[in-house]
Design a protein around this ligand. Structure first.
Ligand code: AKG
Ligand code: FE2
Length: 361
């Protein structure tokens, strides 16, 4: 799989989009970041500071709710995979992740007709902690601000990749975007070991089109790293006022691999402090088929960049569970991913397909 070598993550100032000359420079830098790195920071992004500080301030309160209050909104109550999951309940790359999280999404009604595809059950209401009612408007505002940011960003992406219009990219967007509030606990100071502790194992973001990540602890708190083409892990420090933006698997598919979903992880040495983060996953339309995803812009991205001249034909193939998997729609492959990450929810609500999804490698 062809990946690029890089030592630093580019920082893009979105306010440059406001004047014609600086916009041209921004678009050029964006194109470079999308095609050569797959990870970038954005600053001056237009999300109001208060929307961000409200969520940062809420994190310690939310995570210090008593165990019983967390259990009331546990993910295993929700066929929509929304709610609280405890430390070590999720595995990535075969190892338990040392983090706890609350997952929310655009507030939607669950399907009622029974006639819709099963994956439509990914859609549904949030679980709001009854003992912390003020969290609801904070999350609501943040979700709508990030939805708008995602759309502004997508327009710039379309322009930077010379698409004739942004219509196609927008037609692949979902009505549901997901948000995780994540806490990585401090790591024990173990003098006998200098092994790194896995906050979340190496992965490409599978649930989104684009991810907009808020690193929500103070700047000296580290942990996020991204894999460079030479096999080294590059640190992604917390730059105040920024979001980290990275490409999800569906976008990699749609661009024929021109824009790569870059592998990343969160790790800590022994004795590291607690860390908070808030990833927003811009959603992909559940009914998007493999064919639509890989064919619609194929012509546009074929031979798109001179840098692809050296690639062999096999390298042009995109590594994606969506493409390689047995399921035709993005919704079904998402449902399978979710069931595999949270087998308790899978067994409880998706008994008819559970075995098939879990044993289909
Ligand atoms: O916590 C972070 O900084 C990254 C989290 C992440 O990569 C994810 O949840 O997909
Ligand atoms: Fe991620």
């Amino acid at each position: 799989m062809n990946q690029h070598k890089f030592a630093k993550i580019p920082i893009l100032d979105l306010s440059l989009a406001d004047a014609p000359t600086s916009r041209t420079r921004l678009l050029k830098d964006l194109r470079h970041a999308l095609t050569e790195v797959g990870f970038l920071y954005i600053v001056n992004h237009g999300v109001p500071e208060v929307a961000i500080s409200d969520i940062i301030d809420a994190l310690p309160n939310l995570f210090s709710l008593p165990a019983q209050a967390k259990e009331e909104v546990a993910l295993h109550n929700s066929p929509h995979f929304l709610g609280y999951s405890s430390l070590r309940s999720e595995t990535t790359a075969g190892k338990a992740d040392s983090r706890e999280q609350f997952e929310f999404a655009t507030e939607l009604e669950a399907p009622t007709s029974g006639a819709e595809p099963l994956y439509e059950l990914l859609r549904g209401p949030n679980q709001w902690p009854p003992s912390y009612p003020s969290i609801r408007p904070i999350i609501g505002t943040y979700l709508s601000e990030l939805t708008a940011l995602g759309e502004r960003f997508l327009r710039l992406v379309a322009e930077s990749l010379s698409l004739p219009s942004d219509e196609t990219l927008f037609s692949f967007l979902s009505d549901q975007h997901r948000l995780k509030l994540v806490r990585y606990p401090p790591t024990p100071l173990d003098t006998c070991s200098d092994d790194l502790i896995q906050g979340v194992g190496p992965h490409k973001d599978s649930s989104g089109w684009w991810t907009f990540l808020l690193q929500a602890s103070s700047p000296e708190v580290r942990g996020l790293q991204v894999l460079s083409g030479d096999g080294s892990w590059v640190e992604v420090p917390n730059i105040p006022g920024s979001f980290v933006v990275n490409i999800g698997q569906a976008f990699e598919v749609v661009t024929g691999g021109v824009c790569k979903a870059t592998t990343h992880r969160v790790v800590f040495p022994p004795g590291a402090p607690e860390r908070y983060s808030v990833p927003f996953f811009q959603g992909v339309r559940r009914s998007l088929t493999k064919e639509e995803a890989s064919e619609t812009l194929k012509k546009h991205f074929a031979g798109f960049l001179d840098r692809r001249v050296d690639d062999g034909p096999e390298e042009a193939e995109v590594d994606s569970s969506f493409l390689k998997g047995k399921y035709d729609t993005w919704g079904e492959s998402q449902l399978r991913t979710k069931i595999r990450s949270h087998p308790d929810v899978g067994r409880k609500f998706y008994g008819d397909v559970f075995d098939r999804y879990v044993n289909d490698d």
